[in-house]
Write a protein that binds this ligand. Sequence first.
Ligand code: ADP
Length: 568
Amino acid sequence: MSKRLRALIVDDSENDAALVALELRRGGYDVTFERVETLETMNSALAKQTWDLVISDYTMPHFSGLDALKSFKKTGIDLPFLMVSGSIGEETAVDVMKAGAHDYLMKDNLRRLIPSVDRELREADVRRERRRIEEENQRHWHRLRALHEIDLAITSTLDLKAILDILLEKIDHLLPSSVTTVKLIDKETGELKPVACRDLNETQWKAVRRKELTRLTQIVLENKIPLTVANVQTDPRNNEPTFAIKEGLISYLGIPLIAKNETLGVIAFYIKEFHWFSDDEIEFLTTLAGQASVAINNSLLYERSRQQAIDLERSNKIKDEFLGVISHELRTPVNVIAGYADLVKEGSLGEINSGQRTILNRIVTCTADLLEMVNGILYATSLEAKAIRAQCQPVDICDFLNELRSNYGSSLDKGLTLNWEYPSDLPVLETDGPKLRHIFQNLIGNAIKFTKQGTVTISARHNSQNKTVEFKVSDTGIGIAKELHRAIFEKFRQADSSASRAYEGVGLGLYIVKQFAELIGGTVNVESDVGSGSTFTITIPVKVKAGGSDSTTCEQENAFEVNCLLDR
Ligand code: ADP
């Protein structure tokens, strides 16, 4: 079968052109050709259609073959260009080849024409294929770079508006004549909401009647795959094309935004002219939509958890206020019960028998526990509301510990021994004595509560090297599992959270200890493990005053005003 050949012949001689065509036909080509003899007609012929090769005469009356060649080269079209001449010297031939002709031939010896055309067409094919691959690589690389840039840009923020702005701006560079829109599903209402667009009047787009263009979006959402529409103005699936006609939107590509198997919405690309989205384009834009989905999803999750944190803080505040008020109101009646029970127990209202005394003792102990619990809640809520401050005064730590010691007997009912180990030269600290006492009472109380038998040791030492006073309360009790060491300092947290807890308490003691320790500029630590006892360490830094004597650092040295709910 003969090969089709579209030849542009630049020659002033009709006969010579016909001769060349004849030779080509003889060589097996099905030739169609056009003969031109001026620069203008040559250029317009090149512009008007695609050719397979150009064959030019060298000597012509209106312009030379060399002029034709130079002008052809300027067009950037890559076709075999053969120069044919009646007479051509060696020097001219060299000039012609240097100027970019693929071959030159003598008119009176056209036998070389066919092999030359065969060869040049083959080489042109090779060049074309190489160019196509290069362009493909180039486009591929360009898109990868664009995807990378977009990914970097949209993942650099969690702000949804910023993400969409960056995304649409970058798409604008990639698809210059497109209009891009993003609609997202409102999680709460399930409604599809227009959120961002580019190259459209946003207000008008958002105000557009709901049904319009959303049918296409619905199809994309239902099928969860990209949808292309050649003309949205005439396509029956777009049952209300008014907006598309008004805005000149023609071709459409809609891609679902899906992240972690959840459909978030649809990104749509409209082209304002007839455009067939190639598989390559669809694949690229789908990848882009995938990236955008991840960024959008992250931003939505962030926004949701931020909102949850705000709600949580608000409800915590309400809860604390509620607890504060309730506890405060509870204190008065509990105090009254305790007072009357004491009166009756002391016999102020008449003789009581031993059975009544036992019951009254229970009432007194229980009201004391209840009062402690209510006070604990009040302390915790006051701390939460930052209504408790440190009141610092000089405290002689030896006197302080001696007094504390005198409040506890050395041996307790249940076969427990209390050990006190501290030197007599501990420094005088500038600290909040009542808060330090509260800390000790809590730690000692816990040590006793959680130790059946053995010893509870309270010790103190002055570490002059790191300028701290270190207090320890150790016991030989049940111990605390390591994974709970952090949790026990949180509000209402206990190591044993089962319903059948063996020990009483509400889990506020250590929370208050920690808060108080920090208020007076110190820290609290625990070393313990199940079955091997516990040691709680309170470390309070000592700083040297200008006068030379050591003193502690109260977090709020001059904040002597206590605005505590307890004092209401
Ligand atoms: P509670 O009033 O419940 O004792 P705390 O905040 O004082 O609350 O203590 C929290 C939890 O830490 C306790 O419920 C207990 O599980 C654990 N705990 C505290 N001190 C000790 C200790 N000396 N030995 C063993 N467990 C302890």
